[in-house]
Each structure stands twice: as C-alpha cells, then as structure tokens.
Design a protein around this ligand. Structure first.
Ligand SMILES: [Zn+2]
Length: 470
C-alpha cells in the first residue's frame, strides 16, 4: 500500500510531458513504456541495443530525466508498431497461449524476448509483449478436452469453428488438438483458463517469481470431484488441502539458501478412474537479498555437529506431518510484546564461531529475533496444537505449535514454557516467557515458521493472510 502511494506521489511530481523525442506522426517502431524499476541501461540491455542508440533514437540529452510512463522508441524494430509492455509469465502459460491471448505472433514474441526455444519460457519470467491499442487481449479462453472437437467448443461458447480458427491463427479447423488452449471472442474468464491437462480446471501460483525464503502458494480447481492432487516444487513434495471455496491449496516454503534460478513446479492429478495427468513448468526463484551478520561467538558445544545434527533431524521429523485440519484463520499476530521491533531478521547469513575460534558453522537465521529480554510473555501467533514443549541443547527451552496444513511455529530460548504437548492453543494465548537458554548471545525471543518442512520469513505471515484468496 505504502509503495503504491509513493509511486502515485512520484508520478504526480513527475507528471510532466514525456521528454523530447523525435516528433513524428507515426513513431518509427514500437514504444516501450517506462516502469517503476526501469533504468536506461536495463532497457537497452533488454532490447539488445546500446544506451547511446537508445538516447539518439529518442533525442534524449540527459539520461537522468527518465521518468515512469515515458514512451521510448526502441531502435531496430521499425517493422513493428504498438506498445511494448512487461508482464510476468503466470504458471501454466506457454509461448503459444501468450501469443494467442495478446494476438502477437510467436516469432515476434521470440524476437522481442530473444527466446530461441519455446521451452525457455518459464513461470515468473518478465516477458515483453507487443500490444495494439485497438486490439485488446481476448476476454476468455477454453481448452479442447480429450475427445472434444472445435465445433463442440464453439457451440458451447456461442461461437463458430471458423471464428475460433481465425482468432487463434489455426491453419484449419482440423488443426485444433485436444489439450489446445483457444481464445474465445466473448464470454467470461470462467471458461477453462489454462493450457493444462483437463483434470486442472484452473491453476494459480501466487507471488511469481518466488523469493527465496518465502512461502509459495499453488491453488488448483479440479474438473472432477474425487481427484487426488500432488506435485513438487524445487525438491519438496506438495500437500494439497481443500479450501472453503472448494479449490485446493498447497503452501510450500522455498528454502532461504536456494540458489536463485529455475526450478521445477510439477502438478499431478489422479482422477477418480485411476488415470493420472501431470504438468510441469520451470519457475523462477529470485534472491531475497539477505544481509550478512557479523561473526557470532557462541559456546563451542552448540556448534558441534554431533550436537546440532540430531536436534535438526528431530525438528525436521516434528514438522514433517501436514495435518489436514487448518487451525489458523487469517493473518498471524506477533508473538512478542514488541511486535514491530527486531534484533535480527529472517534469512541473514550467519557464521557462528567458538570462543577459541577453532570451530565455525555457517548458515542463515531461520527466524526473527524480537526486541526485549528476560521475563516478557510469549503469545501464540495463531491457533494450533502444541507438538513439542521441552528443553533442547541448541534451541534451549522450546515450544513447537502445529497450525495445520504443514505450518508450524517454533519458539526458542525460553526461560519458562507455559504449555504442554497435546494442548490446544489459541491466537494471543500466553505460551511461555522470554529467556536466554540454548545457543544465544543474550535473552530474546526467536520465532520461526515452517511451511511444509522449510523455514520461511515469518514477517510475511504477519503482513498478509495465507492462503491468499482465489
Ligand atoms: Zn534467532
């Protein structure tokens, strides 16, 4: 919200005419509309031209005057016309489906994005589209089911096969194949919206590209009740649970140390008749830009692999089951009295050393440390069931709460634990007292959040409700 207000302010301040550029009735080539995070250098690199060429084509004397909304002529593309806009590729889209939706030739899309092979298109990618003002994207689309025909699809949607052939640039009405996604001249987007096997009626992956150390969300609507869903993201199997609206949701943490790059997202459906269908596409994982903490001096014993490893394995086994019951509802609440004051954030790269500097251990900060020391109360951030309450060597007095659907909270270093294993807790309930037990440099509350076996940035769960709505 704050960002959008700032952007508006920024736009208001800069609401001046676009900078001087070659004023002709028909611009020589397509125009690129400058967006918030653009730089001249980035735009030039994107279109494979030099900054000087870009400046010359637009008669720009001072490159520092670039503002949001400016229209830049991109040299070397004089044969194209329209506006070049950036879009993030949603999961399930192909070069062909995007080509049809925006009425841009596949060859043009490949050229604009320097794509050599259609398989290079991945979910979360920034793609450049060429849009013509008088040709908006088609409003609806559908796919031809197994055994279905173009004629049936046309009749169902109040159209005819020849219109669909023309809209979708098919060689003939015979050229539409089962599984093909076709655009419709009218209708609502509730028609089967994706280019996936017929078991998947709709699929949405939130927050693409996925930032390392955050929670990915996959929401699927299935065509047939009784369909079993599964899948994989990076290297974690997905667990799907039914949401209130009947769609299925998988929440999955992406590890904070995952190298930024492309990883598979695979969805599998086993139909009630036992047939199975699957779809896989690469998705982009980007950096969380986590900072490097100063060396942390701790008791040698707590960074001894013989001590650390069994404790990590114990925790992993504790948070492995994904309970089908979802105990929490909406946004989590801060577990500390200092709800917006932190000594250390999630994801910080950390190196622990022993006092004699003989032993070291490198990792990342798996949770957030709240301000405030000994004696302060700790509150449950959401409803759940206590699955562990006891002493650990590295984490000290620890409590782990199962919130359901594979989501768990951990609270370390307590001086006092006020709940018992098996106890049902409610959001806001006092569950313990802040202390300095275990591997610590001072008394504080460390809270961490696990989502299907992976620790994620808990602050995201204090800022928004998971799962995100359909
Ligand atoms: Zn911590």
């Amino acid at each position: 919200m704050r960002k959008s207000i700032l952007t508006l302010l920024f736009l208001a301040i800069l609401a001046t005419p676009t900078p001087a550029r070659a004023q002709t009735d028909t611009p020589p080539g397509p125009v690129y509309i400058v967006q918030a995070d653009d730089t001249l250098w980035g735009i030039a690199a994107r279109f494979n031209v030099t900054v000087d060429e870009l400046l010359a084509a637009n008669n720009i004397a001072n490159p520092n005057l670039l503002s949001i909304g400016d229209q830049l002529i991109i040299p070397g593309m004089e044969d194209l016309a329209g506006a070049l806009v950036r879009e993030t590729v949603p999961f399930g889209e192909t070069l062909r489906s995007i080509s049809r939706k925006y009425r841009v030739e596949e060859t043009t899309l490949r050229r604009l994005n320097r794509i050599i092979s259609p398989t290079e298109l991945f979910a979360g990618a920034d793609i450049i589209l060429l849009q013509q003002e008088d040709e908006p994207a088609w409003p609806a689309r559908a796919n031809i089911t197994e055994g279905g025909t173009l004629l049936e699809l046309a009749v169902l949607n109040g159209s005819d096969p020849w219109t669909l052939k023309t809209i979708n640039s098919l060689d003939g009405t015979y050229a539409a194949l089962p599984g093909d996604i076709l655009y419709l001249p009218s209708g609502s987007a509730s028609a089967v919206p994706i280019g996936m096997p017929s078991a998947f009626l709709a699929t949405e992956v939130s927050n693409l590209p996925i930032v390392q150390g955050t929670t990915a969300q996959v929401r699927v609507s299935v065509a047939q009740t009784g369909t079993e869903l599964g899948g994989l993201l990076v290297d974690q199997p997905l667990n799907f649970f039914e949401d209130e609206d009947g769609s299925w949701v998988a929440l999955q943490g992406v590890h904070a140390l995952t190298e930024p790059g492309l990883y598979p997202l695979r969805l599998q459906a086993i139909l009630p008749d036992g047939a199975s269908q699957s779809f896989e596409q690469m998705v982009l994982v980007t950096s969380g830009y986590y900072t490097e903490d100063a060396l942390l001096e701790v008791d040698e014993n707590t960074i001894d692999p013989a001590v650390m490893q069994p404790e990590i394995e114990f925790l992993l086994s504790l948070v492995a089951p994904a309970s089908p019951q979802k105990y929490w509802d909406g946004i989590f609440i801060g577990p500390s009295v200092y709800s917006d004051c932190f000594n250390s954030y999630f994801g910080n790269r950390r190196t622990y050393v022993s006092e004699n500097r003989q032993t070291s251990y490198s990792s990342f900060h798996t949770g957030i440390d709240f301000c405030g020391g000994s004696g302060l109360p700790i509150f449950a951030p959401a409803d759940g069931v206590v699955v562990f309450a006891g002493a650990l060597e590295v984490r000290g007095n620890a409590t782990v709460i199962d919130h359901g659907w594979g989501v768990y909270s951990g609270f370390w270093h307590q001086t006092e634990i006020r709940v018992q294993e098996g106890e049902r807790v409610e959001a806001g309930q006092e569950i313990g007292v802040v202390g300095s037990t275990g591997r610590v440099t001072g008394a504080h509350l460390h809270w961490e959040l696990w989502v299907n076996g992976v620790q994620v940035n808990p602050l995201k769960w204090l800022a928004a409700a998971y799962p995100k709505g359909p």
